[in-house]
Design a protein around this ligand. Structure first.
Ligand SMILES: [Fe+2]
Length: 203
């Protein structure tokens, strides 16, 4: 491992690996090997900031006991990590409100900081009262709510409110979206078995 590897990246990786190993849910089992086998290949990514990061202190209030450490860790390192967005103003399906309040921090993925072409994983923040419109992608996906909550809509299933500690599994190409409550939602996410940087298709 590189000598000057960023401390924040290592702490986040270790926390995620421990979190996934300890989290018991049938739908998570198929994702566990990919998380456990993360390589030590690391590349530095420049720290950036997005307004989404500013929700983290309040999110600590709604994080449940078991998952609070994950939110605390991200809050502590909020200025040491790269906040990203996939969508831009050119994506007409995405509201201005979502663009100004969402962001994610990738911990493992094709662009690092821990490099993998198999798994994409990190933590996302979605502001209060936003709708993530129905979309699909080839990768199968896991969301575990860490703080706040949302009403998830998955094609063919009744709407479901997900709160801290709840897991939502999205099979490959299944249309899905959500509406956050009046608090920001913090989620841990995993993608696997697909193009890890595919831009979702709105349907
Ligand atoms: Fe998705």
């Amino acid at each position: 491992m590189t000598a000057d590897i960023k401390h924040a990246d290592v702490e986040l990786r270790d926390a995620i690996q421990a979190f996934v190993a300890d989290f018991s849910h049938a739908d998570l089992e198929r994702f566990k090997p990919g998380i456990a086998q993360w390589s030590d290949q690391w590349q530095g990514v420049p720290a950036t900031h997005l307004p989404a990061a500013d929700f983290l202190p309040d999110s600590l209030e709604t994080a449940s006991h078991e998952i609070k450490p994950m939110v605390e860790l991200l809050a502590r390192h909020a200025n040491d990590v790269k906040w990203e967005q996939t969508y831009t103003k050119a994506d007409s399906a995405i509201s201005e409100k979502m663009l100004t309040t969402y962001g994610f921090v990738e911990v493992i993925g094709s662009r690092g900081p821990f490099v993998s072409d198999q798994v994409r994983s990190g933590i996302g923040v979605y502001g209060p009262g936003i709708g993530y419109p129905p979309h699909q992608h080839k990768a199968e996906e896991i969301y575990i709510v860490l703080a706040g909550g949302a009403e998830y809509r998955l094609a063919g299933q009744p709407p479901r409110h997900a709160k801290p500690g709840d897991l939502v599994f999205v099979p490959s190409m299944l249309t899905h979206g959500f509406y956050t409550s009046d608090e920001a939602m913090v989620v841990y996410y995993i993608w696997q078995a697909g193009d890890l940087r595919e831009v979702s298709t709105f349907v």
